[in-house]
Design a binder for this molecule. Structure first.
Ligand SMILES: Nc1nc2c(ncn2[C@@H]2O[C@H](COP(=O)(O)OP(=O)(O)OP(=O)(O)O)[C@@H](O)[C@H]2O)c(=O)[nH]1
Ligand SMILES: [Mg+2]
Length: 410
């Protein structure tokens, strides 16, 4: 037997503070996050929090109750919120030394498991170290009690035992490396702008079907999975509408209260989405799409996003999706069953209307030589050969339209 198969599945128990109306959604997401991290969900305890206890967040009484409940069990306690370093330690102490993690640690852990590209790994390591840095006290007491499993995995693992100074230096190195990658990407964006390929970005809440839609529109075969944060590295594929090529970019999904460090670290990868010509904000019509939409728009706002967007309601094949309060101008599709895709393409093209001119051209045979130099710039819809010349029904990028003036029929 290998070491791996002997590894025990980590069992996670949730402490769910009740602080706002949406605690149920946050709780269910935490269960999905635990499963996405490859751990097992064991149960939950809820606690209404009117005033946050600075030492233990939820108060000693509740912790004592929980300690009795968990006595003798070996598990990890997830506090589904943000804990200060000392609160983490105090809760762990009150629970007889159980491993305690917070929501940020869990999310960072999933990102660490998913990171594949070298850039993705650098970004996750940076986010993990930035989260860790203020939590390192003296010899790293908080760390040494983590043991293994969630919160200790990932590209940053080898750094975890080192001192704060070392971590500071590593953070600096990572930031420099990422800046360099960013510079290179900025060049690519400039080049793409020059090549005039318009970019459509898939953005939205995690698990809404962005990658499935990318596959459906482009015939690609990227990973889709019923898990949170299945996609980490941005993927781009080409697709066509009326023969016009577009670049479709798939991105990392969003979640409520995404750790700030993580958004910061992933900002550069999200750049291609932020500066797109059109964003498709994908929502799960069978889920809580209001939260999905507002979370996505809020997160994008923090990134100086100003591109036009379409709201795409996906998973319309599911019974739960038959809901009338979806935004009226949304596009309703099922990426999985490839339904509504033609209407979606039409809406995408319509949204780019000002970027194209639809025209009928007439090219007399005497001007064919001149026209042949311009021909690669347009997208032919139909060609009609006549006695005196060629008639072409074409879509022309607006920026080139002027060059075709003499050939245009009024
Ligand atoms: N019923 C139904 N399921 C769908 C549809 N589209 C996607 N799914 C399922 O939803 C799950 C998530 O799909 P993904 O495409 O991985 O979602 P994503 O938005 O890329 O997720 P992340 O990359 O984790 O942010 C998968 O199990 C898909 O099979 C759909 O139209 N209908
Ligand atoms: Mg995906």
């Amino acid at each position: 037997m290998t070491n791996n198969s002997e590894k025990k599945t980590e069992i996670v128990y949730i402490i769910q503070p009740i602080e706002s109306k949406n605690y149920k959604i946050l709780h269910d997401e935490a269960v999905a996050l635990i499963e996405s991290a490859g751990a097992e969900y064991a149960g939950s305890i809820y606690q209404t929090v009117r005033t946050v206890d600075p030492a233990t967040y939820i108060g000693e009484g509740k912790l004592e109750e929980l300690r009795e409940q968990l006595e003798g069990l070996e598990l990890t306690v997830l506090f589904n919120g943000e804990l200060s370093p000392s609160q983490t330690l105090n809760i762990s102490k009150a629970l007889d030394g159980q491993k305690v993690i917070d929501r940020t640690t869990l999310i960072l852990d999933i990102f660490a498991l998913r990171a594949e590209s070298s850039e993705g790994k650098l970004q996750v390591e940076l986010a993990q170290l930035k989260h860790l840095y203020p939590r390192l006290k003296g010899k790293g007491e908080a760390l040494s009690r983590l043991g293994g499993g969630i919160g200790t995995r990932g590209p940053g693992e080898t750094q975890l035992e080192t001192d704060r100074r070392h971590i500071r230096a590593r953070i600096h190195t990572l930031e420099e490396k990422l800046k360099e990658t960013e510079r290179r990407r900025a060049l690519q964006v400039v080049r793409r702008k020059k090549d005039k390929v318009l970019t459509v970005a898939l953005v939205g809440y995690t698990n809404t079907g962005k990658s499935t839609l990318l596959n459906a529109l482009t015939g690609a075969d990227v990973l889709t999975k019923d898990a949170l944060f299945a996609t980490l590295d941005p993927t781009a594929r080409m697709f066509e509408i009326h023969g016009v090529p577009f670049m479709l970019v798939d991105t990392v999904g969003f979640l409520q209260n995404l750790p700030h460090n993580l958004i910061e670290a992933f900002k550069s990868t999200l750049e291609s989405a932020v500066h797109c010509d059109l964003a498709l904000i994908v929502c799960d019509a069978s889920g809580d799409f209001d939260t999905q939409l507002s979370t996505t728009l809020n997160t994008l706002q923090g990134m100086e996003f100003s591109s036009p967007y379409l709201i795409v309601m996906n998973k319309c094949d599911l019974a739960e999706a038959q809901n009338s309060d979806a935004p009226r101008d949304a596009v309703f599709i099922s990426a999985k069953e490839k339904r509504g895709l033609e209407a979606l393409k039409a809406r995408i093209f319509q949204a780019m209307e000002d970027k194209f001119v639809h025209a009928t051209l007439f090219i007399p045979y005497t001007l064919e030589g001149k026209f042949s130099a311009l021909r690669p710039l347009l997208y032919e819809q139909s060609v009609n050969y006549r006695d005196d010349g060629t008639e072409i029904d074409a879509i022309i990028p607006a920026i080139y339209a002027e060059q075709f003036r003499e050939f245009r029929k009024i």
